[in-house]
Write a protein that binds this ligand. Sequence first.
Ligand code: SF4
Length: 289
Amino acid sequence: MLALSAEGALPKVDYAIFADTGWEPRAVYDHLERLENEIAEPAGIPLLRVTSGNIRKDAIDPDHRFASMPLYILNQDGKPGMTRRQCTGEYKIKPIKKKVRELLGYPYPARIPKGIFVEQWVGISTDEFHRAKDADVKYMRNRHPLIDMGWSRADCVRYLTTLGLADTPKSSCLGCPYHGNAQWRHIRDNSPSEWADVVAFDAAIRKGNARANATGNRLLGEAFLHRSRIPLDQAPIDHVTAAEWAALQQEIGTESPHSEELEQGVIDGCSPWACRGSEITQDDFGLAS
Ligand code: SF4
């Protein structure tokens, strides 16, 4: 959408915003630099980076309040569970809304007068139109230009290829538990230092997040990044185990788990504006409507 806007195929946007969890793969930061230098800057579109901190650091810092990641839990009785996903709200939605309020001239907690709003473009393509949603605050109105143009994911990839951006990486935290086996393998096979980083993080969260433990709210069981609930460096990322299938059946309460999800990761992933609504806890991320 940034490129379409920059070349005039879509109206020119005032700003592009990137919410940085502090733990994206190197390839995403490199890509962002390229987008900024080759597309945003020449078109005079400011690319704003916003952040609520570093999700990796916060998760293992006993002194830091932590918005939990969706970790896979093995309870003491052997039953599988998951921790709530609050990270998308804290590390993506909150800093974006904060910046939008600033840009409008009404930083939180100022009251925003009726009728003052930004138009926010969300890059959802036609093959995932069910993810398109209205904003949950009155000062933002969502638009979905790719859907308006009738563009599918394949159309986007074709367009990016013409710009020399065929290798556009998927943005998400390096150690996001929503990764499927394909993403874990990609990290392991292409980036040894990033693999060492996620394996170390996986070991560090085995007893849950550090803050909860420090405040006496101990996890009764063990936490894992991989769905198999096995330490990442031993997890069956090259194939799906029978135990993994069984756990997925329990998680989604269906007899027919999606094999696609095991391989490619949680289908709706972690988009701030198109996530699975039931899993986002708003808490104070609404930053008042
Ligand atoms: S990418 Fe994963 S870990 Fe990161 S904010 Fe999104 S859901 Fe949380």
